[in-house]
Write a protein of this length. Structure first.
Length: 453
C-alpha cells in the first residue's frame, strides 16, 4: 500500500457526479499534490469544479480541463484512472503511464487496500440486479442490528469515511465489471491476450453474483473479456470464503475458487414492498448474504420485507388519477427491461395490468430484438433514442416511434386507460439524450405528473 504523502498524483476523470472530486479530496487529505484532468471543458463540469474550489485556490489541486496531456501521465508518481474509461488497454494516456513505469490505480483499488478487514467485505456483481441486491444486503444487515456501510458502484466513495470503518464493520460493495477488471489486473489485457492474463489476487470474503448476460461489450471489447472481468469477484477466494450464486445463473458463468463454499439460494422472499419475481429472487440472495455475515435468518427476512426499493428501479411515481406509472430508468439492459415487464404479469396490485412500455436509448451493442417482440403483448410500445428504430423494426410495425421521452410519455398518456401501467424501462443506457439515467427518470416522473420537458 503506497504512502501518498508528498506524491504527485494525476486523477484521470473529474466527472460530473462527484466520483473524481471525492477521490481528489481524499488524496489531498493524504498529503498528495493532485492534478485532475478531464476531456470535458470546465463549463460542463461546473458543479465538480466548484466542489474543489477550496483546494484549487490553495494550490493543492490543479485542473486541466478540455483535454488530456501525455506528460501529465508520465511525470507523476501515480495515476488514478476513472473506471468508466473504456478499453483501458487501448487508451494512449494510460499506455503512456505504463510505458513510463508510473503505477495506475483506481478509487476502488485505493479503498480495498485500506479497509481494515477483508473478512468483513461483501462484494456484489451481476449483469442485472446488483444495485438492488447490494442495497437489500445493506438494509438487511442494518435491520438485523449490525454495523454496515454501502459503497462501490452505488452510494459514492467510502474513502472519505475510512476513519469510521473498523474491523467489525461490514462493507457492502457493489462492483461493476469495469471495477473488477481493474481489481483483477485485466486493465492492461486486451481480449486477444486473455489467455496470458495474470491470476487475480483479490476477491471479497463473501462474493455475491446475481446473474450473467451480455452487457458493456462496448467497454470490454467482447463477451469473453466481460465474463472474465466479472469472474474476478470469485477467482481469488480462500478457504472459509463464501460464494453466493443467484439461482438463475449458469455454473460456467461463475467459476469459483475450489476453497470457497458455494451457496445457490433456492428460496424467494415474498411479502416485499416492491413488485416482481426478480426482486423476490434478489431478496433470497440478499438474505443468504446477510446470514453468511452473521445475521439471523428471521431478522434478515423481516428486514428485506421493509426494503423500499431504489430510485429509478421500478419506482412508483405520482401520476394522473387512474394510471399507475413506474420509473425503471436504471434498466439499461434488455434483461432488466424484460424482468420489469414480467413483474406486471404476476398476482398483486398491478398483476395482469395493461402495460405501456417506453424503451430505447444509447446503443451499447446489446440485442434489443426481444424488446421489440414484446410489442404484440403490450398495450403499447413507445421507442426513444438511438436504438428506437431498431426496437421498432423488431416489433413488426407494432411500436410507436417517438424519438424523445416527452413525445413517448405524451403518446402513452393519450392512449392509456384507467388501471393501465405506464412503464419507463429503457433497456439501454441514457447517454444519447441525457447525462445519466437519473436525469432520464426524473424527467419521466415530471412528465407523468403533468409537467413539461
Amino acid at each position: 500500500m503506497m504512502n501518498l504523502e508528498g506524491l504527485k498524483v494525476t486523477v484521470m476523470g473529474l466527472g460530473r457526479f462527484g466520483g473524481g472530486a471525492g477521490v481528489t479530496r481524499w488524496l489531498a487529505a493524504q498529503g498528495a499534490t493532485v492534478l485532475v484532468t478531464d476531456i470535458e471543458p470546465a463549463d460542463k463540469l461546473k458543479a465538480s469544479v466548484d466542489s474543489l474550489a477550496d483546494l484549487t485556490s490553495r494550490g493543492i489541486v490543479s485542473l486541466r480541463l478540455g483535454e488530456h496531456n501525455v506528460s501529465d501521465f508520465t511525470t507523476c508518481d501515480l495515476v488514478v484512472a476513472n473506471p468508466a474509461v473504456p478499453k483501458p488497454w487501448e487508451n494512449r494516456f494510460l499506455r503512456a503511464a505504463w510505458a513510463a513505469n508510473v503505477p495506475v490505480t483506481t478509487e476502488i483499488q485505493l479503498l480495498v487496500e485500506r479497509l481494515p478487514s477483508r473478512d468483513h467485505i461483501i462484494g456484489i456483481t451481476g449483469s442485472v440486479g446488483k444495485s438492488t441486491t447490494s442495497a437489500m444486503i445493506h438494509h438487511a444487515l442494518r435491520g438485523a442490528g449490525m454495523d454496515a456501510v454501502l459503497g462501490g458502484n452505488i452510494g459514492g466513495s467510502l474513502l472519505g469515511t475510512l476513519s469510521q470503518i473498523n474491523a467489525s464493520t461490514w462493507v457492502v460493495l457493489e462492483l461493476s465489471s469495469a471495477m473488477l477488471c481493474w481489481l483483477g489486473g485485466l486493465a492492461k489485457v486486451p481480449p486477444s491476450e486473455l489467455g496470458d492474463a495474470p491470476a487475480p489476487t483479490w476477491s471479497p470474503h463473501i462474493a455475491v453474483a446475481t446473474n450473467f448476460s451480455p452487457n458493456h461489450l462496448d467497454w470490454h471489447g467482447d463477451l469473453a473479456h466481460y465474463r472474465r472481468s466479472k469472474q474476478v469477484l470469485l477467482a481469488a477466494q480462500r478457504s472459509g470464503d463464501i460464494a453466493i450464486i443467484g439461482p438463475t445463473s449458469e455454473t460456467s458463468d461463475w467459476k469459483h475458487a475450489a476453497a470457497a463454499r458455494r451457496i445457490v439460494p433456492n428460496a424467494e422472499i415474498d411479502g416485499l414492498a416492491i413488485p416482481g419475481k426478480h426482486n423476490r429472487i434478489n431478496a433470497g440472495v440478499a438474505v443468504e448474504a446477510a446470514v453468511a455475515a452473521g445475521a439471523s435468518r428471521e431478522a434478515a427476512i423481516a428486514a428485506v420485507r421493509t426494503f423500499p426499493g431504489l430510485p429509478h428501479r421500478l419506482q412508483r411515481v405520482p401520476s394522473r388519477a387512474g394510471l399507475r406509472c413506474f420509473n425503471d430508468s436504471k434498466s439499461t439492459t434488455p434483461e432488466s427491461c424484460l424482468l420489469a415487464v414480467r413483474a406486471f404479469d404476476e398476482p398483486g396490485e398491478c398483476g395482469s395490468a395493461r402495460v405501456h412500455l417506453i424503451a430505447g436509448g444509447y446503443d451499447k451493442g446489446s440485442d434489443l430484438a426481444p424488446i421489440g417482440r414484446l410489442a404484440s403483448s403490450l398495450a403499447g410500445l413507445y421507442t426513444i433514442g438511438k436504438t428506437g428504430p431498431a426496437i421498432a423494426k423488431a416489433s413488426d410495425g407494432h411500436a410507436h416511434e417517438c424519438a424523445t421521452l416527452d413525445r413517448a410519455v405524451a403518446a402513452a398518456l393519450e392512449r392509456a386507460k384507467e388501471g393501465d401501467v405506464i412503464l419507463l424501462s429503457p433497456a439501454c443506457a441514457s447517454w444519447d439524450q441525457f447525462e445519466n439515467y437519473e436525469q432520464r427518470g426524473e424527467l419521466f416522473a415530471k412528465l407523468v405528473r403533468g409537467g413539461t420537458a
